[in-house]
Design a protein around this ligand. Structure first.
Ligand code: C5P
Length: 327
């Protein structure tokens, strides 16, 4: 039961796609240098967060089978440590985003905690600090502090906003294959020298510039459908390559794998094509989705947090925070 001092909120945690992903080289810190375009989509986990101040810290997660090394719990601990607060945090997490699919589900859940918990605790975390904690949790987490369409550099944590993509609709095909990110990077590492770095950079740059011509990303999204992971992941799981071909045959443009897999997406300009393509896959493997713009992402957040935020700043600010110095 919730006590009188409990503040709670129910949030969506949207999934992402990588509209193109280039892996350039392995860096001295062991991570790989990336170039990617992130895009939030309508598929979302649901996360309920209830916070009650206390003398000790207790974190519980219900609603989902136990997840090893849960990012939600780690995010909550890092926030509480950063804010020097204690209390009871109760999460109810309804997972709709499968793991091992390259859709960033765990990262999105973690970012939801980073955005919501300081507000419920009546404290402000400066956005630079939020960004640093997000990057500490995982390479994809910082993107979910922003949403929409963004260019990701470095290990994916260096982000630049891109203009919104026109509302695009598509299909996600979830085959049930669990693709390990670490394994995919290991497989890819040995191939990285075969394509000259400058060629990869030039083609990625060309695609993003072309996609953003006239200040808008054109047509059915950024026309970047090259994902360097496809070669190695399709090699391990040939059925994934077949799914991509099937989507293309039904008119998807682009059709590609997201992240290190295993979800394959296809964007369709015509609803009739999308419908036909959907029917060609078994029911429980294909899901309609649409792009979520940065404005939609933020307004979904504002709606969810409306009792607890004031102003229009991003990240959302808590009215409970009294004398937070502006940083
Ligand atoms: O950052 P994150 O925890 O999501 O990364 C998981 C693993 O994926 C890392 O430990 C690393 O092996 C690999 N990785 C990488 N280069 C990146 C992102 C992830 O090598 N840019």
């Amino acid at each position: 039961m919730k006590s009188a001092g409990t503040r709670s909120v129910r949030l969506p945690a949207y999934a992402k796609l990588n509209l193109g992903l280039r892996v350039l080289y392995k860096r001295p810190d062991g991570y790989h240098e990336l170039r990617t375009v992130f895009q939030t989509i309508s598929l979302a986990d649901r996360l309920e967060v209830a916070f009650t101040r206390g003398r000790t810290t207790r974190i519980r997660i219900d609603g989902t089978p136990e997840i090893k090394d849960n990012l939600v719990e780690r995010a909550a601990l890092l926030v509480m440590e950063s804010l020097s607060i204690h209390g009871d945090v109760h999460f109810i997490l309804k997972k709709n985003i499968p793991s091992g699919a390259g859709l960033g589900g765990g990262s999105s859940d973690a970012a939801a905690v980073l955005l919501a918990l300081p507000i419920l605790a009546g404290k402000g975390l400066p956005s630079g600090r939020l960004q640093a904690i997000a990057a500490q949790l995982g390479s994809d987490v910082p993107f979910f502090l922003h949403g929409g369409t963004a260019l990701g550099l470095g290990r994916g944590e260096e982000l630049y906003p891109l203009p919104d993509v026109p509302a695009a609709r598509g299909l996600l095909v979830l085959s049930g294959v669990h693709s390990s990110t670490v394994e995919a990077y290991l497989d890819l590492s040995s191939r990285l020298t075969s394509i000259p770095l400058q060629n990869k950079l030039n083609s990625f740059q060309r695609e993003v510039w072309r996609g953003c011509a006239d200040g808008r990303i054109k047509g059915s999204g950024v026309a970047v459908d090259d994902n360097d992971f496809e070669a190695v992941v399709f090699n391990r799981h040939p059925e994934l390559g077949k799914i991509k071909e099937q989507l293309q045959r039904y008119g998807a443009k682009p059709a590609a794998m997201t992240g290190s897999g295993s979800a394959i997406f296809g964007i369709f300009a015509k609803p009739a094509q999308l419908k036909r393509a959907a029917k060609s896959f078994p029911d429980n493997t294909v899901f309609p989705m649409s792009f979520i713009s940065r404005a939609q992402y933020r307004s979904a957040w504002r709606r969810a947090l409306k009792l607890h935020v004031e102003g229009t700043l991003w990240p959302p600010q808590s009215p409970y925070a009294r004398s937070q110095s502006a940083r």
